[in-house]
Write a protein of this length. Sequence first.
Length: 109
Amino acid sequence: MAEGHDTDLEYTIDDLDVLEGFDVTVSADGRRYTVSGKCPQCGGKTDYTVSRGTPEIAKGLGWRRDAPALPQVGLSEVPVNCCCGYPHAHRPDNEYFPGCGARWKVRLP
């Protein structure tokens, strides 16, 4: 278990507020933002990428038909889903994001 990661936490969809304390990396073309940090719900390390402008399929997702397009964002905030990669108990089989169900926003720098 990663230090501080609550792997006993059951999957629960939880919409949190705008949070601080995350690293935001902007791609060279300025179209993608990657948010990195610890999930505020389960404490697991998470990296989440969103696209500004025309939605794209996330790199590394392959050609899965059920893969969601990356959300479009404005210029002030980035929506984030927990992507800790841990199979939290009661996570639905059809849930795409590999995490605990937490969702929040991060302000862009």
